[in-house]
Design a protein around this ligand. Structure first.
Ligand code: FAD
Ligand code: NAD
Length: 478
């Protein structure tokens, strides 16, 4: 008999959730994780908890308070003077949140009887017959090297920043997300290559804290993934806040100098040069599977380096599964976790399921941006006939009371059946509002269904209600 029913390689939101769910279902589960923190200890939680979702949201929250204290509260009649930034405390708070949450996963492992195998894991073929081999995972950790056997192995090894030849990360002047979450002083000037999710979130953080931020984006259009109207509104608001967004800018070279970094880039006007104190490279992420043994064991990969799975996370090898950022699809923590649950349930003989069509996206800038389902661009390209309804936060009483009147909710519904096909929000609390749309779409709701549901007054959710009414051209408040 194998040592474990399931060994999960990787302890990020995909892997640790898979291990917990497997244990809940009565399987003997272990999770291999070797993430080393700056203090040298090992931590669970992966990119998300250590250098991703959680620390970035902690900084976004703190920096927004700083911005409000300086520029937002006077309108409310709250006069503050002498507002100062204590960056060390701000960073310490962020680090405290990270260590509390990563420690919390250790607690969850204990509670659920998941064994944490500390170190990096490598998949190897073990004994057993061809149809149902017993897999081996060699764990190389600070305590010792050990080999465990497993009936099932889940690959949840995540992703890493996409490297860029023209801007090699040195961790000091040119950084990736790790460095950009931990500058020990506010750079006077900050360049960011890539105006995507990380560029906008971390660019916003440092702008609010006092940096002059320039984003260099290779594509000619802004936020290509988002609905065009949302992207246009966000671009308008970010630019008004002082983010200098240069589109169609291809960085060709960087030169670290004594005082910072010189960046050469090209756009339609020719070649330009810009100097910054610090430079963040945020041009996407790539799957991270090196050292996991997956390739050597014969796991199939696609041409972009992602592990190929079926809709339930099975790879081409028997009893080897994969979830999260190392598999195709959006690189989002909640997608990874739901896949983790799905795979654990399938291993336990249940009908695991993850609805990939209704995965919400959120960008935690100010205003926040959130969407689920298809954009107008995608619907047009697919030739789907739709009706659109929008409602501006400027006409919502709660948004007015919050001084958060920019942005709107937009709903797209099938012209024939009225079924919701996409919901797009740019504005206050978009991250929370989008859940209503996710639930509605997961249950196959029509815009009419949302239009007939009672929404609390005064609340931002009334903008969702009105956008649903707008699909049928019957808004009440505009
Ligand atoms: P990861 O979290 O990358 O975890 C993989 C783990 O596997 C790592 O801990 C790694 O050490 C471990 N590992 C790798 N190889 C081995 C091995 N051989 N043996 C043992 N362990 C191994 N997503 C959101 O949904 N919302 C957000 O707000 C958000 N913000 C983000 C902000 C930033 C700055 C970044 C960089 C990302 C953000 N993301 C966000 C994306 C999110 O972090 C990822 O989608 C998510 O972490 C993926 O989870 P995962 O478990 O697949 O991989
Ligand atoms: P991204 O794909 O969101 O954005 C990268 C941007 O860089 C794109 O706009 C792309 O056109 C641009 N780019 C690519 N090559 C370039 C080049 N050579 N020069 C200039 N621009 C270039 O990727 P990201 O911001 O690095 O984030 C990685 C992933 O992490 C995201 O896609 C997302 O899945 C995840 N993430 C999610 C959240 C969230 O959910 N709130 C936050 C941060 C990160």
């Amino acid at each position: 008999m194998a040592d474990f029913d399931v060994v999960v390689i990787g302890g990020g939101p995909g892997g640790y959730v898979a291990a917990i769910r497997a244990a809940q279902l009565g399987l003997r589960a272990a999770c291999v994780e070797g993430w080393t923190t700056p203090s040298g200890s090992l931590a669970l939680g992966g990119t998300c908890l250590n250098v991703g979702c959680i620390p970035s949201k902690a900084l976004l929250e703190s920096s927004e308070h700083f911005e409000q204290a300086q520029h937002g509260l006077a309108d409310h009649g709250v006069q503050l003077s002498g507002v100062k930034l204590d960056l060390a405390t701000l960073l310490k708070r962020k680090d405290g949140i990270v260590s509390t949450l990563t420690g919390g996963i250790q607690g969850l492992f204990k509670k659920n009887k998941v064994e944490w195998l500390r170190g990096f894991g490598r998949l190897e073929r073990g004994a057993g017959n061809g149809a149902a081999p017993i897999w081996q995972v060699v764990v190389d950790g600070p305590d010792a090297k050990q080999t465990v056997s497993a009936t099932h192995v889940v690959l949840a090894t995540g992703s890493r920043p996409r490297p860029m030849d023209a801007a090699p990360v040195d961790g000091k002047t040119i950084v990736d997300n790790v460095g950009a979450l931990a500058f020990d002083s506010v750079p006077k000037t900050l360049g960011v290559i890539g105006a995507g999710v990380i560029g906008l979130e971390l660019g916003s953080v440092w702008r609010r804290l006092g940096s002059q931020v320039t984003l260099l984006e290779a594509l000619p259009g802004f936020l290509a993934l988002a609905d065009p109207a949302v992207a246009a509104e966000a671009h308008k608001q970010f630019t008004a806040q002082g983010l200098d967004i240069r589109l169609g800018a291809t960085v060709t070279a960087t030169q670290v100098t004594k005082s910072g970094v010189q960046v050469t880039y090209k756009d339609t006007d020719g070649e330009h040069s810009a100097t910054f104190d610090k430079l963040v490279v945020a041009v996407g992420r790539v799957p991270y599977t090196e050292g996991s043994g997956a390739r050597e064991a014969g796991v199939a990969f696609n041409e972009r380096g992602f592990i190929v799975t079926d809709a339930q996370g099975r790879t081409n090898l028997p009893n080897v599964w994969a979830v999260g950022d190392c598999t195709p699809g959006p690189m989002l923590a909640h997608k990874a976790s739901e896949e983790g649950v799905m795979v654990a349930e399938c291993i336990a003989g249940q009908h695991g399921h993850c609805d990939h069509a209704v995965i919400p996206w959120v960008i935690y800038t100010h205003p926040e941006i959130a969407w689920v389902g298809q954009t107008e661009t995608q619907l047009k390209a697919a030739g789907i006939d739709y009706r659109a309804g929008s409602f501006p936060f400027a006409a919502n009483g709660r948004a007015r009371s919050m001084n958060a009147t920019g942005g709107f909710v937009k709903m797209l519904a099938c012209a024939r059946t009225d079924r919701l096909l996409g919901v797009h929000i740019v504005g206050p609390q978009a991250s929370e509002l989008i859940s209503e749309a996710v639930v509605a779409m997961a249950f196959g709701a029509a815009s009419e269904d949302l239009a007939r549901i009672v929404h609390a007054h005064p609340s931002l959710s009334e903008a969702m209600h009105e956008a649903a009414l707008a699909v049928d051209r019957r808004t009440l408040h505009i």
